[in-house]
Design a protein around this ligand. Structure first.
Ligand code: NAD
Length: 486
């Protein structure tokens, strides 16, 4: 069993209170790690260390020096690739191939990409005329926001955390990271990388714990934290926003989704089935961008439902390193209970269960894990809870539609607005639709594909702000205006 401590000012430290909590494996519910729960004293110490680094060695580095250090972080993550893969697999139970080909490489890329962005960013400058004829030079400069609180979820822990830590550090900030209580290991491991590369102490700090009345809330309440970036549930975002209003601190939120997948009859049928399958079931459905509402044009509806059913029934449950398996469990028993409660609710609301709806039979100790079957429903009304609320599990409801206008209205009829995936071979229609769906990102004949230089974020209750490429600078820096009379 691993012992995981907080990482403050470059040292691994246990909380003064001695409080610890357990992390259980999603595979078999075994305790795999004991984690020190940070209290207010540890959050205070982390803020002090972060402020000290900002006013000290880190704040004194040139952009080029910071960039070199961040390239070093990316390279060191790549060198310790297997350690990161193993830690993430242990926390999430998700298959090795997803960690190896998507999540961990993206974690390393997040440091490189934002180092490149900051290296190439320009600032504006104007030569002004003045009545005395001498003129003035008016220019702007970007400065770091300061100490940034980074509060993270468990579904793709390393990728989502580094997506925030990368740009925050590139812009010259220091950070206090609070990983999810369900996925503490890669954030802890990143401390070793920071020390190995020579990132000054106090630049990267990690405090472990929960949300309310624990490390998460203590960060949001701390007056020494200048800005908070958060990925997680919309309800949690609302609580953090309240806390951040004390002291008028800035927030950047990536929140929940109830995303629509739209398939027109003219789409490449097999590609659409594959695409919707991935978007509904990747990572056992625990992807904010996942598709829990699928709309299929009526002429191909029945055929599509059957084709998706075949794929959902072909998944092979098993351990992440089992080469015969390709499907993992949910993150925890608690989350499994929530997802299963929606499986029951779907039946109560009158759904036809096309496939799944329960728990797979698992051998031996795996029977204790948080496994659920990929599940497909049809026949629910548009106001069913299962169609309106984010479930965050491997499930989707499929409904037929008859026209472009109808499906746009259906897609937009939700409080969330994170993403849409549209499958069609009519390009004019695809572009028309992209302008009409109320979401932060629209995929056309694709899903989960994005150049990291483009903006990412949600509309409506799916988020506040955009991160990615230069867009991240809007949150992680403050623009100052300087006017010099010549
Ligand atoms: P969550 O909101 O329960 O927890 C996220 C983090 O917030 C955890 O670290 C938790 O300890 C902390 N937290 C909880 N209450 C807090 C409080 N009052 N103050 C401060 N911190 C608090 O979310 P989760 O269950 O970990 O993640 C799943 C959710 O994340 C889903 O809703 C999913 O859609 C969303 N998500 C969104 C994106 C995106 O980019 N939009 C990406 C991934 C996940």
């Amino acid at each position: 069993m691993r012992k995981i401590e907080n990482f403050i000012a470059g040292e691994y430290v246990a909380a003064a209170s001695g409080k610890r909590f357990d992390k259980r494996s999603p595979l078999d519910n075994r305790v795999i790690a004991s984690i020190s729960e940070a209290g207010r004293p540890e959050v205070d110490a982390a803020v002090k260390a972060a402020r000290g680094a900002l006013n000290g060695e880190w704040g004194g580095l040139s952009t080029d020096q910071r960039v070199e250090l961040l390239y070093g972080v990316a390279n060191e993550i790549t060198r310790r690739f297997d350690d990161f893969v193993e830690a993430e697999m242990a926390d999430t139970g998700q298959p090795a191939h997803v960690q190896k080909h998507v999540f961990i490489p993206r974690g390393a890329a997040n440091f490189k990409v934002f180092a490149d962005v900051i290296k190439n960013v320009a600032s504006e400058s104007f030569q002004m005329a003045t009545p005395d004829g001498r003129g003035a030079l008016n220019y702007s400069m970007r400065v770091p926001k300061g100490v940034v609180g980074v509060i993270c979820p468990w579904n793709a822990p390393f990728m989502l955390m580094t997506w925030k830590v990368g740009p925050a550090l590139a812009c010259g900030n220091t950070v206090i990271v609070k990983p999810s209580e369900e996925s503490p290991q890669t954030a802890a491991l990143l401390g070793e990388v920071m020390n190995a590369v020579g990132i000054p102490k106090g630049v990267y700090n990690v405090v472990h714990g929960f949300g309310p009345d624990s490390a998460g809330e203590f960060i949001t309440q701390h007056p020494g934290v200048n800005a908070i970036t958060f990925t997680g549930e919309t309800r949690t975002g609302a609580a953090i926003m309240k806390a951040a209003s004390e002291g008028m601190r800035d927030v950047s939120f990536e929140l929940g989704g109830k995303n629509a997948g739209i398939v027109f009859a003219d789409a490449d049928f097999d590609a659409a089935v594959d695409g919707i399958f991935r978007s509904a079931f990747l990572n056992s459905g625990q992807v904010c961008l996942g598709t829990e509402r699928v709309y299929v044009e009526r002429p191909i509806f029945e055929r599509f439902v059957q084709a998706l059913k075949v794929k959902a029934e072909a998944v092979k449950f098993g351990r992440p390193d089992d080469h015969n398996a390709n499907y993992g469990p949910l993150i925890s028993q608690e989350h499994r209970d929530k997802v299963l409660s929606y499986y029951r609710k779907a039946v109560e609301e009158g759904a036809t269960v096309v496939t799944g709806g329960g728990v797979p039979e698992m051998p031996g100790e795996l029977a204790e894990g948080s496994w659920v079957q990929p599940t497909i429903w049809t026949g629910l009304s548009d106001d069913a809870a299962v169609v309106r609320e984010e479930i965050f599990g491997p499930c989707c409801h499929i409904r037929p539609f008859d026209s472009e206008n109808e499906v746009v209205a259906l897609a937009n009829d939700n409080v969330y607005g994170l993403s849409t995936t549209i499958w069609t071979n009519d390009l004019a229609r695809a572009h028309r639709m992209a302008a009409r769906v109320e979401v932060g990102i629209t995929w056309i004949n694709s899903w989960f594909l994005r150049d990291l230089r483009t903006p990412f974020g949600g509309s409506k209750q799916s988020g506040i702000g955009r991160e990615g490429g230069v867009h991240s600078l809007e949150f992680y820096t403050e623009t100052r205006n300087v006017c010099v009379k010549l």
